[in-house]
Design a protein around this ligand. Sequence first.
Ligand SMILES: [Zn+2]
Length: 332
Amino acid sequence: MAKSRIELDICLQSPGKRAGDALLRWSDNANPLGVYPVPVACIVGKPGPTALLVAGVHGDEFEGPVALSQLIEEIIPDQLTGRLIILPAFNAPAVLASQRTSPLDGRNLNRAFPGDPDGGPTDMLADFLVSVLLPEADLVIDLHAGGKASVFATSALASRCDNKQLMQANLDLAAAFGAPFTWILGGFNDTRSLNAAALNAGVPMIAAELGGGGGADPIEVANAVAGVKRCLVHAGIISQNIPQAAPSLYVETRSIADNIYAPVAGLFDRRFQAGDQVEKGQLAGYVRSLDRLDNAPIPLHFSATGHVLAHGNRGYVVRGDMLAMLVCETEI
Ligand SMILES: [Zn+2]
């Protein structure tokens, strides 16, 4: 397999706290001979497990980047039995542009794994994580949110798999994180995601969804900081007294046909919140025309009973936009 073309300018091994960059060399008109730096922090304490903490895979989701920046500031090497490798803005070009996909090649990083060292910049980043960072990791946490386009109920995402030990490790991390919902990723999990890459490598991992809207809600940031710390306590990397979270509700996607997508363009007059429990037949909202103000609004109803894990965050929607993402309670 070809070697990663991305180089780190800091050491990940020696004790202490340091910050540097992964140097993404991508020659284009804006930056012919320079690099696109991807910020990396490394905190190494006494020998122990390694946690790889990632945020900013999508560049318009800022709760995770702020939470990981707080942890980099707060945690000192003397507190650690193990090591933290932290990338708060992994898709740095997208984060700097406040946009979901990379401005360098238009690609979605969470649909690019396992990546390719000889591909474009997004493929190179995915490959760097898989070939350089993942082999160093005993656990991975990847923080997401709804971004500009959507709002999620606070949730941890854990992959279902045939390897019972790995699946239990994923569920244990989700329980430690302590979000109200644990979204079990099964057949609908995209095989090009970071979760799928960790699954293939046999490394325990959760992702998280932390609200949304494109900013950094302070309650969601605090949830993320506490959740990550509880995972680090669970892994034996730090020892802190952090209040336990309430038990999480296991949910999964039964069918994407349970979601509500906009049937026509118009204003979406929403009648529910992310996290709500809803019944089959319940009114979800109306699409109101701006083309003809005397057109009757189009009512939309939930086609299944469950919980709304996320909703779209656009006031004016077009045909096909996600308006509600429905999940059902599930057994493990
Ligand atoms: Zn995301």
